[in-house]
Design a protein. Sequence first.
Length: 459
Amino acid sequence: MKGVRKTDKFIVLPENINSVLLRLDEHGHTAYIVGGCVRDMCMDIPPNDYDITTSATPDEIERCFSDKRVIRTGIQHGTVTVIINNEPIEITTYRIDGNYADNRHPDSVKFSKKIEDDLARRDFTVNAMCCDKDGNFIDVFGGIEDIKNKIIRCVGDANKRFSEDALRILRALRFASTLEFNIEKHTKEAIRKNAHLLKSISSERIYSEFTKLLCGKNAVDILLEYSDCIGVFIPELLNEVGFEQHNPHHKYDVYEHSVRALDVCSDDAIVRYAVLLHDIAKPICFFTDENGIGHFHGHAKAGESIAYNIMRRLKADNVTCDTVSMLVKYHDYTITPDMRHAKRMLNKFGYENTLRLLEVKSADTSAHVIFDDDRGRHIEEMRMLCEEAYRQQQCFSLKSLAVNGKDIISLGCKEGKSIGKVLDALLWEVIDEKLCNEKDVLLERAKDIIKTCQENIVD
Ligand code: ATP
Ligand code: MG
């Protein structure tokens, strides 16, 4: 068979995967691991999941695993899931995809007995390899060579492949970003030509691939080079492209500034979305003063709802929508690096989101014309203070205050609203280090506060 080679790598498959390949083989079928897991193994990356492809039809697969639980997950595409030792394992019959009338899904699929047919329907050469249980690779389209040269190349005619399923455009950009590969010339031309077809792809599929792209090591270069493709599903970003800031602090246009800021970010998707979108309202808030200097008053606040709507449209979960838009709103939050302010910040945002906000601010600062040393240092100092406060379990929320509502009631304060006010007053005095977080100290102070309140009411 063309493209078969024994790998020089020592392949050790997980036991459950191996047992599935073995069982299919014993029943007279051929079976391979295929796609992303083979690509990752060639690159010495531990695969995150294994896909199995086989000559057996779904009915035949069910018969092979009659002693196991089998779920007919995607039966129309030939996929069944077999549960082995509580692990779900997807097995798909070799298939040939029919026409794609809608730029998304094949109108029909035909099962095949030839592995080459199945490899030919896959998107890129690096994803179109398979490997049997003995470590024999089948690489009909030159995937190993492309991995060596770090190239993303469509299997077959790139124009046809992208018009069949436009999501492949975004997948090409995703792999170029995560694997740090270059995109082959014809594949690149076809991406540009077909980018508009991304409009027909569901938000869920876009969101999943785009999130991986955004968190990839090469995200900055890909986002800069392919803003037109990204703009098909986040058109708001197109307003930023070429939008000059007319401000001595900025050497980049708004889009390039936002993208370059990603360079110093961790791979936390929420932080990355917030950084990408942090200046999304700058174009609508822009004005120049009498000296011709550009300003963007209110852009952080105005960006909150724009970012929220973008994340909603992408079908991000509620926490992601809320957190990304909150980070956009507060990306200009003023920082004073001392313990009191660190605790105030922790109170306002919580620990996890405080660290995220500091990361967004640090990324923003890093992409200014000259790195502002003071600003960068302040953010770093604040991060250390917040971590210290958290590590030392300092009190910055009602949860960790040494008194609670019941204690305040026991002092004779009955009304819910007043109890809350007393607790808040105590908390702020603890945060501001006017009071230590000890029960008897707080109770004494609470009595004073209650007394003052009552006197004010009488007055
Ligand atoms: P990851 O490591 O992120 O899971 P992957 O390559 O395994 O990457 P999957 O989405 O899990 O990506 O897809 C598994 C395999 O199915 C791919 O490697 C590829 O062979 C094939 N594939 C997935 N999506 C498409 C598509 N839209 N068109 C053609 N082939 C595809
Ligand atoms: Mg996969």
